[in-house]
Design a protein around this ligand. Sequence first.
Ligand SMILES: [Zn+2]
Length: 317
Amino acid sequence: MYRIGIDVGGTNIAMGLVDESYKIIEKKSIKTSENSSPKEMIRAIADGIHELMDSSDLIEAIGIGVPGTAELDTGKILYANNLGFEDVPFLTELKKTLGPELADKIFFENDANAAAIGEYITGGYDVPVFVMVTLGTGIGGGIIVNGKLLRGCNYAAAEFGHMSINFDGCDCNCGRKGCFEDYASAFALVEQAKEAMKDAKESLLWKNIENIDELDGEKFFEAVKAGDAVAAKVLDRYCDYLSEGLTNLINILQPNVIVLCGGITRAADMFLDKVKEKVARDVYSRASRINTEITLAKGISDSGDVGIIGAALVDKM
Ligand SMILES: [Zn+2]
């Protein structure tokens, strides 16, 4: 039997046929425009499902990861700012479009939750309290307790990115100030580096760059590796921000493990030890015999596949 996983993003819908050993055996990608209506998107997804089913119709489940709040009991996406969706009966309409034969096999879930489910299952974690933190454009996450995803009373639990670490801090798009993701996302790190390099023309951050907007995570970490002092200082401050948020999560949840994922973790050898040190120093339970292990994703490490495989497994929780 196979599963279909669908990762709905702001500019792209990635889909894949996933086998029983969690390998993607066929992939599809559909471009969406910013103004794609829910109806157009649902049509495109339905067509994609049918195309994947040409390869095999032995489909056990079809899972969809969506940005924003996936309200499981109504089938609605309550709010997804980067899709421009508000109160959209997404799953209900998709089921209608696909017809009764497939309707019972379709499930949806918030995309960060889906990634956490995927990592938990494919990584073979056997721990009572599991937390995954995804560092990307923003910060997302998932909490799994005793093998069950913690969804919260309104399906919006684990929005780690919108935990404030500084209430006098910068404005967040959620309406609060000083949110974790505005300081510790991969996007935020690059923004911090851009700010620092403005007054440091000698910095290696300017190497091979004509315009400041060409700086990305990869070029940033190249500068760190080459021993650039400006980049090192930015990264050190970033470690403070990241460990501040992780310490909050540990103080509240006391997880056995926090798994970090996202493209930035490919450079973890340059910051993870420092983060672990800071957390170990600050965490409330530091005298405890057992402490939270902070580690990198091991199940589905390729960031492009996390969304598809995680989505394919969402009905398992
Ligand atoms: Zn926020």
